[in-house]
Design a protein around this ligand. Structure first.
Ligand code: PLP
Ligand code: TYF
Length: 396
């Protein structure tokens, strides 16, 4: 029965974890998979999360199902976090929250919703994008297309992007990264979001905004600029939010699908359909991660603690971005890699070629995705001089 089944290679990004573990070079540096690291290279549990878990453990009274849309208390804190506390969208009761197993689960819910309720629409993703976007949308049976995002000189190709969006068939779905674009780190400015909004209106496109890194770019509210603009200005928007990174609860699988509709009536109709999609995929979402998030955000003291630690994480990343460019100065390479200081979030498209990435791995034990994507959180004050020397060597 199974004889014909072929073995396929695993996920290229996750594969780097294993390759790094095996490397015996004492100076090895992991710039691969997108998890936050502190100055010691660890991915610790955040202080507020530990405290929330302690409270949950002593207060928990049941482990019964939480329902297809998840815990109302979770939706009740994620909606204002994403859309803004005084959002007119919330005021009008036209946004629905469905707790999901991670941002990935939210993307799959969105994909299945589109495939079943809006059939025959294509979906457009940036080139490049997070590779799982390709897998998730095609697995749901949606036709996938790309719009340009970076130019050959490793800069945001906004003109190319806008030009392509103007040619998308009316009614198609366009996937946008809210902030901290994965893999490039190039984000849209406020005026660029406005220009994209005009095209979305003109072509009557349906935006699907992937919001996996809220708080990692400029701040919780700043990073939501495009999401809030679109939700307030358009009748319909799909938002997939993740708490994996900003709460550091990767393994708890905590995300949210937010469906914004024209009015409360349509929102309830859509919401009933999303419940079916959730039921058919996994019935109910896991409860623990959502319980952590609502415990923190319902408590002023824990919220303040969490915001402070998130700010520390963001500031660390943005400082390392500048220090990286500074470390390359003695080699005359600061201008070549200046983009790293301007990009935002965990990732940078460095402009390193696949051949240079291979050399960094083989000769220096430095691991990153072959596209030249580096996880900036893997930089540290200790490894920056070594990284700079290695990058200079592969630039010779
Ligand atoms: N979308 C993007 C762009 C991501 O980089 C990630 C990263 O993991 C996700 C979605 C999914 O996150 P999660 O781990 O919450 O499923
Ligand atoms: O891009 C990254 O590194 C993160 C983590 O299959 C990730 O988004 C990578 C690959 C994958 C799932 C998560």
């Amino acid at each position: 029965m199974f004889e014909h089944i072929e073995r396929v290679p695993g996920d290229a990004i996750l594969g780097l974890i294993e390759a790094f573990k095996k490397d015996t070079n004492p100076q090895k540096v992991d710039l691969g998979v997108g998890v936050y690291r502190d100055a010691h290279g660890n991915t610790p549990v955040m202080r507020a999360v530990k405290e929330a878990e302690a409270r949950l453990l002593s207060n928990e009274t049941t482990k019964t199902y939480i329902g297809s849309h998840g815990a109302p208390a979770y939706g009740g804190v994620v909606l204002p976090m994403v859309l803004g506390a005084s959002s007119p969208v919330l005021e009008a009761n036209r946004a629905s929250a469905t707790q999901s197993p991670g941002g990935t689960g939210a993307l799959r819910l969105a994909a299945d919703f589109i495939a079943t309720q809006l059939p025959d629409r294509g979906i457009w993703v940036s080139d490049p994008t997070w590779p799982n976007h390709h897998g998730i949308f095609t697995a749901a049976g949606i036709e996938l297309h790309k719009y340009p995002y970076v130019d050959p000189d490793n800069r945001l190709d906004f003109d190319g992007m806008l030009g392509a969006l103007k040619k998308i068939p009316e009614g198609d779905v366009v996937v946008l990264h809210a902030c901290c674009h994965n893999p490039t780190g190039f984000d849209l400015s406020k005026s660029q979001w406005q220009q994209v909004l005009e095209v979305v209106k003109e072509r009557q496109l349906l935006p699907l905004i992937d919001f996996a890194y809220q708080g990692f770019g400029e701040g919780l509210d700043e990073d939501a600029y495009g999401v809030r603009l679109f939700a307030e200005q358009l009748d319909e928007v799909i938002i997939t939010s993740s708490c994996s990174k900003n709460f550091g609860i990767y393994c708890e699988r905590t995300g949210c699908l937010i469906m914004v509709a024209k009015d409360a009536e349509q929102m309830e109709n859509i919401r009933s359909q999303v419940a079916i999609v959730a039921r058919e995929n996994y019935s109910n979402p896991p409860a623990h991660g959502g319980a952590i998030v609502s415990e923190i955000l319902h408590d002023a003291e824990l919220s303040a603690m969490w915001r402070e630690e998130l700010t520390e994480m963001r500031d660390r990343i943005n400082t390392l971005r500048r220090d990286f460019v500074e470390a390359l100065k003695p080699f005359g390479l600061d201008e070549k890699y200046a983009c790293v200081a301007e990009q935002r979030g965990m990732f940078s498209y460095t402009g390193l070629t696949p051949e240079q990435v291979d050399r960094l791995r083989d000769e220096f034990g430095i691991y990153m995705v072959r596209s030249g994507r580096a996880n900036v959180a893997g930089f540290s004050q200790e490894n920056l001089p070594y990284l700079a020397k290695a990058i200079a060597a592969v630039n010779d």
